[in-house]
Design a protein around this ligand. Structure first.
Ligand code: CP
Ligand code: NVA
Length: 336
């Protein structure tokens, strides 16, 4: 029996702690198979739709290569390619895609949309990022942490930056579920919603994770094993650049902040893409407009030996593969 069979992954709380840990370990196993060139075509003959309302490098590439390794056919349906959002509703789109595809990935703005896709398609739906959650990112992040430290429970993760975005929300709840101590270090204006902090505290009672939300950097990063940051302005919020820079500049992850952990073994993570040297088109604009050289993380930290963001990015593929194989495949998965 496969307890994951037919399930969607729309937000982290869809799975228990044991199920999340199972998927992380299963991903590590699939990573080993890939490295040894051992075939793992658990989804031969399946068709997978990849819906993207927002742009993506890692999530799209990970779903595509993972599907192909599993023997499935991935089909990219970008926002300008299909009727969804312009001429056709989520409900009608879901009914049509569900009759042809075996599984659907969705990246977009609204959490309601990904939930409606799951409700009306009748097939597993995987959230590839919404404004609220980034659950597949969490599997990769905690696999990377487990690979590095050999464990999860009892570690301390300090997320420094925009405390109200999808990645911050997901890290807060996932850490609380898994028993990883979590500090959200962010100015008061960007504190996570009260209801999310309550939810994290509820899970923390079970897992013993310590939850801290603070504007105080010294307190927030003390003892951290992991410093994690994300962009200050998420997709769809571009109008907020000036305000976010003013609020978040003191929270930039630089070498001085890294030493504030007072822990020589702290690692750095970032879900990417990152504004670490502003050598991109958008980066150049920011440099010119706001006179900045770097944003959420300095180039020095990004290129430093503590930085594991590219291992983390690769792990998107192995973890997404595990999630698709578990929810669509006919594998035997012991009760977890
Ligand atoms: N981390 C992440 O989701 O990257 P993409 O936006 O490139 O998919
Ligand atoms: N918070 C970022 C994450 C990108 C992977 C965004 O939503 O743009």
């Amino acid at each position: 029996e496969n307890i994951f069979h037919g399930k969607s992954f729309l937000k982290e709380i869809d799975f228990t702690k044991e199920e999340l840990l199972y998927l992380i370990d299963f991903a590590a196993h699939l990573k080993e198979l890939k490295q040894k060139n051992i075939s793992h075509r658990y989804l031969a003959g399946k068709n997978i739709a990849l819906l993207f309302e927002k742009t993506s490098t890692r999530t799209r590439a990970a779903f595509t290569t993972a599907a192909i390794d599993l023997g499935a056919h991935p089909e990219y349906l970008g926002k300008n390619d299909i009727q969804l959002g312009k001429k056709e509703s989520v409900e009608d789109t879901a009914k049509v895609l569900g009759s042809m595809f075996d599984g659907i990935e969705y990246r977009g703005f609204s959490q309601k949309a990904v939930e409606a896709l799951a409700e009306f398609s009748g097939v597993p739906v995987w959230n590839g990022l919404t404004d609220e959650w980034h659950p597949t990112q969490m599997l990769a992040d905690f696999l990377t942490i487990k690979e590095h430290f050999g464990k999860l429970e009892g570690l301390t993760l300090a997320y420094v930056g925009d405390g109200r975005n999808n990645v911050a929300n997901s890290l807060l709840i996932t850490s609380a579920i898994l028993g990883v101590n979590i500090s959200i270090v962010t100015p008061e204006k960007l504190f996570p919603e009260e209801s999310l902090i309550d939810l994290a505290n509820k899970y923390a009672k079970q897992s013993q994770a310590k939850i801290l939300v603070t504007a105080d950097i010294d307190q927030g990063v003390a003892g951290a094993d992991i410093i994690y940051t994300d962009v200050w302005v998420s997709m769809g919020e571009e109008a907020a650049f000036k305000e976010r820079i003013d609020l978040l500049l003191p929270y930039q992850v630089n070498q001085a902040l890294m030493t504030k952990t007072k822990n020589a073994d702290t690692i750095f993570l970032h879900c990417l893409p990152a504004f670490h040297d502003l050598a991109t088109e958008v980066g150049e604009e920011i440099k010119e407009k706001y006179g900045l050289a770097e944003m959420e993380v300095t180039d020095e930290v990004f290129r430093g030996k503590q930085a594991l963001q590219f291992q983390q990015a690769e792990n998107r593929m192995h973890t997404i593969k595990a999630m698709m194989a578990a929810t669509l495949g006919d594998l035997f998965i012991p009760k977890v």
